[in-house]
Design a protein around this ligand. Structure first.
Ligand SMILES: [Zn+2]
Length: 95
């Protein structure tokens, strides 16, 4: 793996940890800081597709989801290891 010094790193994968696509009303939370999914967290999360608020929904015990409350959106984002994966590509579309 040769990387030119100071050159752009073009092969960095997009991490699911980049879920903080957020409004700016709360302090910045550094990426890579795993945080438990707490009630307060939901207040700062927004749907990356339409920026509507999200609500937590436990479809089953094992696969909680964050469901967009946008009327015309309704995407359901998976929560993996207590980390919400707010990626449109990973979201489940409403039936
Ligand atoms: Zn949405």
């Amino acid at each position: 793996m040769n990387r030119p010094p100071g050159g752009p790193r073009t092969s960095v994968p997009v991490q699911p940890g980049t879920w903080l696509t957020l409004t700016t009303k709360k302090p910045f939370i550094p990426k890579g800081t795993p945080m438990p999914l707490e009630a307060g967290l939901l207040e700062i999360l927004a749907c990356p597709a339409c920026h509507a608020p999200l609500r937590e929904e436990n479809a089953t015990e094992e696969t909680p989801e964050l469901v967009c409350e946008g009327a015309s959106c309704g995407l359901a984002y998976p929560v993996r290891d207590d980390i919400p994966v707010l990626l449109v590509d990973e979201a489940r579309r409403p039936a």
